[in-house]
Design a protein around this ligand. Structure first.
Ligand code: ADP
Ligand code: MG
Ligand code: ZN
Length: 552
C-alpha cells in the first residue's frame, strides 16, 4: 500500500482519497507547487495534512480563522498527530512554548494566522529560516488576491515565501476562485510551474431555490416549523439584520443565535462551538461566519439578503450538506437589495475594481432572475459545462407554460428602435411606462411609442428584456452602462412581424413579479383600463402598417 493511503487510514480513518486529493497529495510529496480549487466540503485539508505526515519536517499552514485553526489542531491531536497553532489569541508564554516545540522538530504541522506573518514586518518568516520545513500550505488562498472576494492585506506577506524558501513546496487551496483570481493567486504566491487541480463544483445533494423577498420572516418561520429537526444558517447583510432576525426567531420559540464580527472573539468561538455541537439550531450570521466551518449536518442555508457575488453565494450555500445528505439553499431576492449592493460596489478612485464588483453583482442578479436551471448557471459560472435539467432546483421543478410575447416584444423593440439604440433597460422601461424618470425628455414624450408599455409593470418588462436577450432578440452591451441594441432577429420581429414564442415558468414568473416593489412608479389610467389600451394598440397598429414603420 502506498504510504499516503496508509497515513489516510491510520490517522484519519478513511478508506480512500477523493479524486483530486490523491493527485494533490502525490504532487506535494514530490515537492512540487500545487494549486487546489475544490468546493467547500470537498476535502482540502487532507491535501496538505497527509503530505505533512509523509514528509520530514514541519508543515506551516496559513489559515485565516482562529476558531477554525483550533478545531483543526484539536482534531489532529485527537488523531495522534503532533500539531500546534500560533495566533494573536495566545500569550507570549504560550507562543514561546510552541516555538520551542517547533525548533525541536517536534511538530508535524504548525498553523499560523495571517496576522502572524505581517507582525513585526514579517519577522515570522525569518524566525523559521533555520527550521526543517516540509511544506507551506496556504488555505483560503483567494485572500491573497485583490480579485478575490475576501482580500486580506496580511496575506500579502506570503509574496516573499518562494524567494526565501525556494526549495519548499507551496500548496495553495481555495474553494473560491474564478479564472482571474486563480491566475492572480499563482502570481502573488510565485508558484513555480504549479500543478493546477480543479474539482467539480457541483454539489448534487444541495437543492437551489430563489424566492421573492417578501414576508421573509414568516416564510422562514414556516420553513423552520416544516423542518423541525433541521439545523442551518441564515445569512444577513448587516450585523443589525442578524440581531433582529435572531431575536424574532427566538420570540417565535426557535433556538437561534446571531453571529457577526462585532461580537468578541471569545463569544464567537463559543457560539460557533454551540452550533457545531447542535446546541444552537439556527445560526443567523453575517458573512463573518462560516469560513472553513466543519459542521457536517447543516441542512439549509438561507440568504435573507442578496450576496454580492456568485463566489460568496456558492461558498456560503456550500456549507450545507457536507455529509452528502439532501440539503437546501434558499435565496430571498429583491431588486431593492441589488440597488443597495450597487452602492457598496462602487469604490471611489478605483474604477477597475468597481467595474469588476458591479459585473459580479450583475451575475448574481442574473442568477436570481434568469429563467434557467440554477445549477447549470452556477456550474457554467465556474467554467464547468452542465446540461441543465438538474431536477433539483426551483426552475427544473416547476411547470412551464408557453408565452406568446410577440406584441410586447414588438413594443419593447420599437422603443429601442425609436430611442436609437442609445439607452439601457431602465430608461427604456421608464419610457414604455411613462414613468417620471428624470432622463425622459420632451422629445421622447413626443414619440408615438411613449407610454405604450403601460399594460404591464416594471418587473414584467425587466423580465421580458432578460428573456429577449437570452434568446438573441435583443443585445445588451454591458460596458459601464447597459445599452440595448437590436439584433438581426429583432429586426425580423419589428419589420416582418415574426412571432416571438418564449417559455416561462409558472411559479418562477410569479415569484419574480412580486420580487420588485413598485413604490416610485404610480399606476396610470391606461394600466387600470386595459380596454382603452387595446384600442390604442389597434390604432397604432393600423397606422404602422400604412407607414411601414415599426408598429409602436
Ligand atoms: P474543505 O476544507 O475543502 O472545505 P475539509 O477538508 O474540511 O473540506 O473536509 C470536509 C469534510 O470531508 C470533512 O468532514 C472531512 O473529514 C471529510 N473528508 C475529506 N476527505 C475525505 C475522504 N477522502 N473520505 C471521507 N471523508 C473525507
Ligand atoms: Mg477548509
Ligand atoms: Zn436545475
Amino acid at each position: 500500500m502506498e504510504i499516503s493511503t496508509q497515513i489516510l487510514q491510520q490517522y484519519f480513518g478513511y478508506d480512500s482519497f477523493r479524486p483530486n486529493q490523491a493527485s494533490a497529495v502525490k504532487n506535494v510529496i514530490a515537492k512540487k507547487d500545487t494549486f487546489v480549487l475544490m468546493p467547500t466540503g470537498g476535502g482540502k485539508s487532507l491535501c496538505y495534512q497527509v503530505p505533512a505526515l509523509a514528509l520530514d519536517g514541519t508543515a506551516i499552514v496559513v489559515s485565516p480563522l482562529i476558531a477554525l485553526m483550533k478545531d483543526q489542531v484539536d482534531a489532529l491531536r485527537a488523531n495522534g498527530v503532533s500539531a500546534a497553532y500560533m495566533n494573536s489569541s495566545m500569550n507570549p508564554l504560550e507562543q514561546n512554548e510552541t516555538f520551542h516545540q517547533l525548533k525541536e522538530g517536534k511538530l508535524k504541522l504548525l498553523y499560523v494566522a495571517p496576522e502572524k506573518l505581517s507582525a513585526d514586518n514579517g519577522s515570522f518568516l525569518n524566525l523559521i529560516k533555520g527550521i526543517n520545513i516540509s511544506l507551506f500550505a496556504v488555505d483560503e488562498a483567494h485572500c491573497v488576491s485583490h480579485w478575490g472576494h475576501d482580500f486580506r492585506p496580511d496575506y500579502l506577506f506570503l509574496n516573499g515565501l518562494k524567494r526565501q524558501f525556494p526549495q519548499i513546496p507551496i500548496i495553495a487551496l481555495t474553494a473560491s476562485a474564478d479564472e482571474i483570481t486563480r491566475q492572480d493567486i499563482i502570481k502573488q504566491l510565485n508558484l513555480q510551474q504549479p500543478t493546477v487541480l480543479i474539482s467539480s463544483f457541483d454539489r448534487p445533494n444541495i437543492k437551489y431555490f430563489v424566492q421573492p423577498k417578501q414576508s421573509v420572516l414568516s416564510h422562514i418561520i414556516q420553513y423552520l416549523n416544516d423542518h423541525p429537526n433541521d439545523s442551518g444558517i441564515i445569512y444577513c447583510l448587516s450585523r443589525r439584520g442578524t440581531e433582529d432576525m435572531a431575536n424574532n426567531l427566538k420570540e417565535n420559540g426557535i433556538n437561534a443565535a446571531f453571529y457577526h464580527a462585532g461580537i468578541s472573539s471569545l463569544e464567537r468561538a463559543q457560539i460557533q462551538d454551540d452550533f457545531i455541537k447542535d446546541k444552537i439550531r439556527v445560526m443567523v450570521a453575517t458573512i463573518a461566519f462560516g469560513m472553513g466551518i466543519d459542521k457536517s449536518n447543516v441542512r439549509f442555508v438561507i440568504h435573507a439578503d442578496l450576496p454580492k457575488n456568485i463566489e460568496s453565494y456558492y461558498q456560503e450555500t456550500g456549507r450545507a450538506g457536507r455529509d452528502s445528505l439532501p440539503s437546501e439553499a434558499i435565496l430571498f431576492y429583491s431588486n431593492a437589495d441589488v440597488m443597495k449592493l450597487k452602492k457598496f460596489a462602487v469604490i471611489e478612485g478605483n474604477e477597475e475594481q468597481s467595474t469588476l464588483m458591479l459585473r459580479k453583482l450583475q451575475q448574481m442578479t442574473d442568477f436570481a432572475e434568469m429563467q434557467k436551471c440554477r445549477r447549470q448557471y452556477l456550474m457554467e459560472y465556474f467554467g464547468e459545462p452542465h446540461p441543465g435539467n438538474c431536477n433539483s432546483c426551483d426552475y427544473c421543478l416547476s411547470d412551464f407554460e408557453n408565452w406568446d410575447a410577440t406584441i410586447d416584444a414588438q413594443k419593447l423593440l420599437s422603443a429601442v428602435f425609436r430611442l436609437k439604440e442609445r439607452y439601457g433597460k431602465n430608461l427604456i422601461i421608464d419610457f414604455l411606462r411613462e414613468s417620471k424618470g428624470a432622463k425622459i425628455t420632451d422629445y421622447m414624450r413626443s414619440l408615438p411609442t411613449y407610454g405604450i408599455g403601460n399594460n404591464a409593470d416594471r418587473t414584467y418588462w425587466h423580465n421580458l428584456i432578460k428573456q429577449l436577450v437570452i434568446n438573441d432578440f435583443l443585445h445588451e452591451s454591458n460596458e459601464e452602462f447597459s445599452v440595448l441594441k437590436l439584433t438581426e432577429k429583432s429586426k425580423e420581429v419589428l419589420f416582418n412581424k415574426k412571432k416571438v414564442n418564449l417559455q416561462k415558468v409558472k411559479e418562477l414568473a410569479k415569484a419574480v413579479t412580486v420580487a420588485e416593489i413598485e413604490t416610485s412608479y404610480p399606476k396610470n389610467e391606461i394600466a387600470e383600463h386595459p380596454e382603452l389600451f387595446d384600442e390604442l394598440r389597434v390604432l397604432r397598429r393600423q397606422q404602422a402598417e400604412k407607414e411601414n414603420v415599426p408598429p409602436y
